[in-house]
Every structure is written in C-alpha cells, then in structure tokens.
Design a binder for this molecule. Structure first.
Ligand code: FES
Length: 154
C-alpha cells in the first residue's frame, strides 16, 4: 500500500508538471491525494466556514476537551494547494491547546508542505483563517456551550 501511494504521488506529480507546468512537492501531493484530516465532526466545539475571492472555501471542525484540540477536520472543494494546506493545518492543530493553535501561521503550513507553488501561498492563509475562526467560535461559546449552534446537516 505504501509503495502504491508513493508510485501514485510520483505519477500525479509528473502529470501536473507536464500538463500544467506546476512542480508540486511530494508533501503537497500526498496531503491532496490522501488527506488524513478531511471530513466533518458532528456537534463540533469549534466550527467555521471561510471563503476567499478566488472562489475557494473551507470549513473547519474542532473537537476540543479542556482547551486542547483532540480532533481537527476540514472540508473544501478548493484547489490542490487548498486541500493540502487544510489537511496540514488540521494535522498541525491536533494535539495543541487552543491558545497555541492560534499561533499556527500560514508560513508554518507552507514549510510543512515543503513549499507551495508561486501564487498559492494564499491557500495556506485560507486554511489558517478557517482554523482561527473555528478557534474563535469555540472561545465565544466556551462558557455558554448551550448557546452554540451547530452547522446544519453535518
Ligand atoms: Fe485560492 Fe487555493 S486558489 S485558496
């Protein structure tokens, strides 16, 4: 299985380079092809939906226990960079306290992905904006959890 994932990454990388002239890192392709943190959390303690002028959007879901992120998930129909950045932001956030997760910058997401192609750094900014909004949503209702409204049909 690991071999076939590596082979897939190589094939997709070569295809995108040839067809679109874009040289994505292995990490970007891996996080796009097999996004370990893509999905939803029902009744999340932190939730946000954010979109950008390019048309890409992202929803972020956080399961939080005693101010620590025990589970982070995202959904997006965005570009390759957006999916990869959303997955990396969720991966980096998981296990952190809410307060430390606020410090996760787009630069850290880009670095963890081995770089994003020119012009796609804003995909990481979208992911971090969605994460921060979800953290803010958690803090807003932290002391009044009964006031929390959950995303519909999630
Ligand atoms: Fe706009 Fe990816 S192209 S967030």
């Amino acid at each position: 299985m690991a071999d076939s994932l590596e082979a897939t990454i190589e094939k997709v990388k070569a295809y995108l380079k040839e067809k679109e002239g874009i040289d994505y890192s292995d990490q970007v392709i891996r996080n796009w092809v097999e996004p370990s943190h893509r999905g939803q959390i029902s009744k999340p303690q932190g939730y946000a939906e954010v979109s950008r002028s390019c048309g890409d959007g992202m929803a972020f879901f956080l399961r939080i226990h005693q101010d620590r992120i025990v589970e982070a998930r995202f959904t997006s129909e965005g570009c390759i960079g957006t999916i990869a950045a959303g997955n990396m932001a969720a991966t980096l956030a998981e296990g952190n306290t809410v307060y430390d997760a606020f410090d996760i910058e787009a630069r850290a997401v880009v670095d963890a992905l081995g770089g994003l192609p020119k012009g796609e750094d804003h995909c990481a900014e979208l992911a971090c904006a969605a994460l921060r909004q979800a953290l803010r949503n958690y803090l807003t209702y932290k002391n009044d959890p009964w006031k929390r409204s959950y995303p519909e049909s999630r």
